[in-house]
Design a protein around this ligand. Structure first.
Ligand SMILES: CC(C)(COP(=O)(O)OP(=O)(O)OC[C@H]1O[C@@H](n2cnc3c(N)ncnc32)[C@H](O)[C@@H]1OP(=O)(O)O)[C@@H](O)C(=O)NCCC(=O)NCCS
Length: 388
């Protein structure tokens, strides 16, 4: 058989790396992940140590500067964040016009994009300018989400309290009531655990936008759009739906058997990178348990424990274990947060990792411009409408 020019072209096309899996496009000093051993570190520090000892503010400093702060640096950084919490009045007026039944991720994406219009230096893409935007966004995303939450319920937004830390102030702005020290600490830990996670769809999306030298607000707006997808930020909502279907621990076994027989996935388990326990799920479980034991275990928590036991026994040998989303929904529910706000809270935390990654990447910027192999017709011609 004779080989045509087209065959030659097809056979010499570069291999397609589906989903860019395993493609390394940059270097980073921020997160280290060993999926086989279940290890996550920020700038070399195990996530468990940070959860136990650090705060979200200190973790954000760590990501922005690739080192821990001194005491005075941390105090100054914390004071900076506290001073930047107020959002423009014009943005609140805009947010009042959003439909009340809008999914908060649409609202958050729109509000973050709007924030740029109230910042006269929005297009400052110098390194100092980007850090400035990173601080504003880290502080103000909390205020935006809390205001959205209240406006959706027909309530007035609550002004930030500078006496409270980032985590406590967010819970205060949501409920107009200061959280207990224990609730604030649990939420702080959840924020630390979600602050960064190496290269992933939303971080990559943010970096891709920033790599064109577009502004930080556009980059974070893109990242939020990427996080919104159910394959990325939405699994903890699905865990809560699953728990509602299971009802109580004694139904867990039959539920899982039925799911596996139908080859359906159990939500909150399995991970593209972790083939052992996601270390974040261990930390969350530990702290959720402290709260659960204090107030009497919730039905949801006891059911999850049972699901975990069965999943590990049935799927552990295939590298399928609980991931970070397994316990986070229960933790957030216990803090009075509705399901639709779980992904916005992921964004609230990840804003530090996104902005830090953008700052890091654009120091040695190269526009992200991959290639696609063309597979369409090679010798087509335009045909007049009446002949088609
Ligand atoms: C996260 C996820 C997409 C990772 O997937 P992956 O590592 O690329 O693995 P795949 O989806 O290709 O699945 C590989 C095998 O494991 C099985 N598997 C993976 N996750 C599973 C789960 N949660 N429940 C049951 N089986 C699962 C698949 O059915 C597949 O089995 P097969 O080889 O017999 O077809 C996947 O585990 C998943 O969908 N989990 C549930 C949703 C979730 O919790 N997402 C949050 C992630 S942080």
């Amino acid at each position: 058989m004779t080989q045509t020019m087209q065959d030659v072209q097809i056979s010499t096309k570069p291999a397609v790396m589906e989903g860019l899996k395993g493609v390394v496009f940059t270097e980073s000093k921020l997160s280290f992940i060993d999926g086989e051993k279940g290890i996550l570190k920020y700038v070399g520090i195990p996530i468990q140590e940070l959860a136990e000892n650090s705060t979200y503010e200190e973790t954000a400093f760590l990501l922005f500067n690739a080192r821990l702060p001194s005491k005075s640096e941390l105090e100054a950084f914390d004071a900076e964040l506290r001073s930047r919490r107020v959002i423009p009045a014009g943005l609140i007026e805009q947010m009042r016009l959003y439909p009340k039944d809008l999914h908060p991720m649409h609202a958050l994406r729109t509000a973050i994009s709007s924030l740029a219009m109230f910042d006269q230096t929005a297009d400052d893409t110098s390194e100092a300018g980007k850090l400035e935007k990173a601080l504003n966004l880290t502080a103000q995303t909390a205020t935006i989400i809390a205001a959205l939450f209240r406006l959706q319920q027909g309530l007035e937004p609550v002004a930030a309290k500078t006496t409270l830390n980032h985590a406590a102030n967010f819970l205060y702005m949501l409920h107009d009531a200061e959280p207990s020290a224990e609730q604030a600490r649990l939420f702080d830990i959840a924020l630390i655990l979600h602050a960064d996670h190496g290269m992933n769809a939303s971080t990559f999306t943010g970096i891709a936008t920033a790599s064109t030298l577009s502004d930080m607000y556009s980059s974070i707006t893109s990242a939020i759009g990427s996080l919104k997808g159910p394959l990325h930020g939405g699994a903890n909502e699905a865990v809560m739906d699953m728990l509602a279907q299971i009802g109580s621990p004694e139904n867990a076994e039959s539920f899982i058997n039925a799911k596996l027989e139908k080859k359906e996935k159990i939500m909150g388990v399995g991970h593209a990178v972790y083939k052992f326990f996601d270390p974040r799920s261990r930390v969350l479980k530990e702290y959720a348990e402290v709260v659960a034991n204090k107030h009497g275990k919730s039905l949801a928590y006891s059911t999850l424990e049972k699901v975990e036991e069965i999943v590990v026994a049935r799927l552990g040998s295939r590298g399928i274990y609980p991931n970070v989303d397994f316990y986070s929904g229960v933790v957030y529910s216990d803090l009075g947060l509705p399901k639709s706000y779980f992904t916005p809270i992921f964004a609230l935390s990840r804003i530090a990792g996104w902005t830090a990654s953008i700052i890091e990447y654009t120091k040695k910027n190269s526009i992200l411009r991959p290639t696609a192999n063309y597979t369409g017709p090679s010798d087509a011609h335009w045909i007049p409408l009446e002949q088609r």
